[in-house]
Design a protein around this ligand. Structure first.
Ligand code: NA7
Length: 534
């Protein structure tokens, strides 16, 4: 416990920004440029957010690098050259570092420091933000750039602590890498992190055993180096891309609205899902998440490819996802995932047939057998979207805790503000498109919107801006209605919190259309649904 700091030790700032990922970096930059005093805080040693932590082999973005980039500065864009269609984690981290260097953002941050509480003071209308190192900030605004996938699930399997070999969590990967040469490796989980890392681990290790609870859909990345011509073509088209984003249109081509393709029309689109590379071709399939017929056609196509690639038909059947619609859990993007199961040194253990009973001193014991391992890789996913916010003791009006307000699931207005928590904003919070969009675009949109809202508070000489309970209730109802019209809720995914025992099952991202236009209209009309007070 740290003793209570003296009043002198409390630093007064206009804003505290939590997180030095892409959200926090841009927010700090924007506020500082406008003359606000800002304190950034991050638990990591340096910038990068999720890309700082997720250093497992094969970690990459699943949105093309050219789109997985900030759009707010031409000179930043001109100063950076992506080398591959889907950048690796080291390259994305280097991009975040490049941004921090170029705009001298590091001095605005306290690193290796966690915010432990943020408490609103009704009398002063300000936030008292405390860190685990005992620093206290008195801030007018509190902006949470805490990330959607920033709290990795650590192993809670019985006996995990008894394992005598080395154990690693994909989301907390060691900085100096892991040497798999000659080792027997157990990989637990078959989400994106496992699917990206497994082929690279198998290329090095003596033996890899993958423990699969639910088979997953994965699409080939078809990753390639980016040519100068591709970069030049993107740069040439950039003004159009940017103006589309600014006007609230998706920056990628989409099928015509209202078009429900016949089976005949669907066939080439579904083929493109596999042959187009990455996730973007999924967006080209109209009604993919609304029509069972269309979703089944896409899923069947991918299932057939798995059967083609995996030589052993029994193994192929085990690897074939059947229990949820394609993309209702985020589809993975891989390089050689299914093909790697044809290697002699790779084994699949189907936990639906033989569940894990315990981690032992020497490996993994299922109800069927004991699997000795030198290394266990836990790829168990994240306490997504709400985990990082709820790890902080956030208290709004009347000392009410966010943990209590959200005990039945997150409630926000637009995913950016919470009723009863004035002057506190969440970048890509639950209830916004966030993880179902290009995160970089969504982060930018939220940061710009929050910045404008703060400017509006200043201009109107208000003290506080806060979502009204009615606007929040209406938004939560709308988020749910939109999700209910889709196939998303049919999967026990992290979108609904199903991967964390005891987490309320609420669909968290916003799947409706026209989100940015709505946010912009709300601002243009004087922040409808928000109360401004002196
Ligand atoms: P995911 O996609 O949440 O995957 C986690 C995996 O771990 C998934 O296969 C889970 O099986 C499995 N899991 C979780 N707990 C257990 C236990 N106790 N026993 C066995 N298997 C378990 O996380 P990722 O990190 O791979 O990817 C997250 C996102 O990062 C991804 O969507 C991209 O957006 C980037 P389940 O499916 O729950 O049966």
């Amino acid at each position: 416990m740290t003793s209570a700091p003296s009043t002198d030790a409390i630093r007064t700032v206009d804003a505290v920004v939590v997180g030095a990922g892409f959200a926090g970096l841009y927010m700090v930059h924007k506020l500082r440029e406008a003359g606000f005093t800002v304190q950034g805080v991050d638990a990591a040693k340096d910038v990068g957010g999720t890309w700082y932590w997720n250093r497992y082999p094969g970690a990459r973005c699943d949105i093309p690098s050219l789109l997985y980039s900030y759009t707010w500065s031409d000179e930043l864009r001109d100063s950076w050259r992506w080398s591959e269609k889907y950048a690796t984690q080291p390259e994305i981290l280097a991009y975040a570092e490049h941004v921090a260097d170029r705009y001298d953002l590091r001095p605005a941050f306290l690193f290796e420091t966690k915010v432990v509480s943020a408490v609103f003071n009704e009398e002063t209308g300000r936030w008292r933000v405390e860190t685990d190192k005992g620093q206290v900030f008195d801030a007018r605004f509190c902006i949470m750039g805490t990330g959607c996938l920033s709290v990795p699930r650590v192993p809670d399997l019985p006996g995990a602590a008894s394992f005598k070999g080395k154990a690693y969590v994909t989301g907390q990967w060691p900085h100096d890498g892991v040497d798999f040469k000659g080792k027997r490796v157990a990989i637990i989980g078959t989400g994106s992190s496992a699917i990206q890392s497994m082929p690279l681990i198998a290329a090095d290790a003596a033996q890899v055993t993958v423990f699969q609870r639910t088979p997953n859909f994965s699409l080939p990345a078809l990753n390639t180096p980016l040519t100068d011509e591709e970069v030049a073509a993107f740069n040439e088209a950039f003004p159009i891309y940017k103006s589309l984003l600014d006007s609230g249109e998706p920056g990628i081509p989409l099928p015509p609205k209202g078009w429900v393709p016949s089976d005949e029309e669907l066939a080439p689109l579904v083929e493109q899902l596999w042959n187009g590379g990455g996730l973007i071709s999924a967006a080209m399939i109209p009604e993919l998440m609304r029509s069972e017929r269309i979703n089944d056609a896409a899923a069947d196509f991918v299932r057939a490819r798995i059967r083609e690639i995996v030589k052993d038909p029994v193994l192929a059947a085990r690897l074939t996802p059947t229990s949820f619609p394609i993309a209702a859990k985020r589809a993975c993007v891989d390089t050689d995932y299914f093909a790697t199961y044809n290697r002699d040194n790779v084994t699949l253990v189907d936990l639906r047939e033989t569940p894990i009973e315990a981690i032992t001193e020497t490996g993994v014991r299922t109800s069927g057998a004991e699997y000795p391992a030198d290394i266990i890789v836990y790829a168990l996913g994240f306490d997504a979207m709400t985990g990082a916010l709820l790890n902080i003791d956030i208290r709004g009006r009347d000392g009410v805790a966010l943990r209590d307000v959200w005990s039945e699931g997150p409630k926000t207005y637009l995913g950016v503000a919470i009723a009863g928590f004035p002057n506190l904003f969440t970048v890509t919070g639950p209830g916004s498109p966030s993880v179902l969009s290009n995160m970089l675009n969504s982060i930018e949109q939220h940061v710009d919107w929050i910045f404008d809202a703060i400017q509006h508070v200043q201009k109107t000489q208000s003290a506080l801006i806060e979502a009204t309970p009615q606007a929040q209730d209406d938004w939560v109802a709308h988020v749910n209605e939109e999700a209910d019209q889709t196939l998303y809720p049919r999967a026990a995914s992290w979108y609904v919190g199903a991967n964390v025992p005891g987490k309320p099952r609420v669909f968290m991202p916003y799947v409706g259309e026209g989100y940015k236009k709505r946010c912009d209209q709300i601002a243009a009309d004087g922040y409808v649904g928000f109360a401004l007070s002196r």
